[in-house]
Design a protein around this ligand. Structure first.
Ligand SMILES: *[C@@H]1O[C@H](CO)[C@@H](O)[C@H](O)[C@H]1NC(C)=O
Length: 407
């Protein structure tokens, strides 16, 4: 040990503070540095002593120590207006209560003691350094399902015994592992994606801004739909649509048919134009992104057109056509008949049969099927129309009608 070494600073300080009467000046702050959340209320506490023969007249805190210049009481500083409160007691405790801490409050604070003797005054140096911090969530931008992730509630200074609280999408998280200022996600799943924020117990209203955690995962919740959704009839067009949840979005959709050797299509939609019974089968949709793939299936059943459905359709259509044609013809014939009766008496040959009459003869075997029909309609009530049709006719429509009429 060197004797030439200067005495350590606290010793110098002690020597200086010892007054002439064996009493001493002292200001002891409870902490050298205080870390406070922006918006919170902070106490700068300490104790002081003074030579016994003096009477303390004034105590306050201040921020600018300038030699030979009497410092300004913090409570009178416009920057601190309404935010400063002093609490002192007989035991020589002092307390500065500073509320609604702001970023600019981040500085050194000193305690000043003045007495009845102008020259006998004191302030405690060094003062107390106030640090102001906000909470800030630090997360990886993106994690892949199955990995672990740590979210950190960052502060720029060390808060005193903080208990961190985590929120996901605004709701407190209780099930996850919280250690110190970290939220540990052991095996990240897609459900962990969301907006995270943190707070310190007792200061929940001063929570951090939310930070988004994105989770990458392979396709899941795959579903395959068929459009139109009703029964698939031969000849119609059908579209299969594959939907799935994935992050990032599905890159490839591959369609295949059970039993097939190669894919039948790609893209989110797979369309079959003019479907046939051969298209019946189980279809697979494979959705894929860089993290994996998932399969969905759908059964496509093609109904060959129901026979009775065809009959009803064709029969109904034919009946309507027959009815209209018959009515037009009847009107036309009646008019023509009247015209010839009135105007062409001399030329009228009772045996002359114009084309129409020939055609309307029930016995006439005209190749125009419609005339057969007309004859039938004319010679009987409408209800008898079908029975009047020649079942031997080679037209498939008439087959149908003939069958229908027997129902
Ligand atoms: C400081 O003092 C005040 C009032 O005496 C008290 O309420 C507060 O808890 C104290 N704070 C600390 C950090 O000592």
């Amino acid at each position: 040990m060197s004797l030439r070494m200067a005495p350590p600073l606290p010793l110098v300080f002690l020597l200086m503070t010892v007054g002439a009467f064996g009493t001493e000046w002292s200001v002891k702050y409870n902490q050298q540095e205080i870390c406070a959340l922006k918006g919170s209320t902070v106490f700068i506490n300490g104790t002081y002593t003074h030579p016994e023969h003096l009477t303390v007249t004034e105590t306050f805190c201040f921020i600018y120590p300038v030699q030979n210049v009497e410092p300004t009481d913090l409570s009178k500083d416009p920057d601190y207006l309404g935010r400063v409160k002093y609490l002192t007691d007989e035991q020589k405790h002092f307390s500065l209560k500073l509320s609604d801490v702001m970023e600019r409050d981040d500085r050194q604070y000193y305690f000043r003691i003045r007495t009845n003797e102008e020259k006998e005054k004191w302030f405690g140096t060094p003062g107390v350094q106030l640090r102001v911090t906000e909470l800030h969530v630090e997360t990886p931008e993106e994690v892949t399902e199955g990995e672990t992730a740590d979210l950190t509630c960052k502060t720029t200074c060390s808060l005193t015994d903080p208990t961190f609280i985590w929120y996901k999408n605004g709701r407190p998280l209780t099930t996850k592992t919280i250690k110190n200022n970290q939220l540990h996600l052991q095996t990240v799943s897609s459900e962990d994606a969301g907006s995270y924020s943190c707070a310190v117990r007792g200061y929940q209203h001063l929570n951090s801004t939310a930070h988004n955690l994105r989770v990458r995962y392979p396709p899941k919740s795959i579903s395959v739909s068929i459009s139109p959704s009703g029964g698939i009839v031969e000849g119609s067009s059908v579209t299969l649509t594959c939907s799935s949840d994935a992050n990032p979005h599905v890159k490839n959709y591959t369609w295949s048919k059970e039993g097939g050797t190669s894919p039948v299509g790609s893209g989110q939609n797979y369309s079959i134009i003019s479907i046939t019974a051969d298209h019946t089968g189980l279809y697979y949709c494979e959705a894929q992104n860089e993290h994996g793939a998932q399969n969905g299936t759908v059964m496509v059943t093609v109904k060959s057109q129901s026979v009775s459905a065809v009959w009803i359709a064709v029969g109904g259509g034919s009946f309507l056509l027959l009815l209209i044609t018959a009515l037009i013809c009847i009107l036309w014939i009646n008019r023509k008949k009247r015209n010839s009766d009135e105007q062409d008496y001399e030329n009228a040959d009772p045996n002359a049969k114009d084309d129409t009459y020939t055609a309307l003869q029930p016995t006439a075997r005209s190749s125009k099927d419609v005339y057969h029909t007309l004859a039938a309609v004319q010679s009987s009530s409408l209800d008898d129309t079908y029975t009047a049709l020649d079942p031997q006719s080679s037209s498939p429509e008439y087959h149908t009608l003939a069958v229908s009429s027997t129902h």
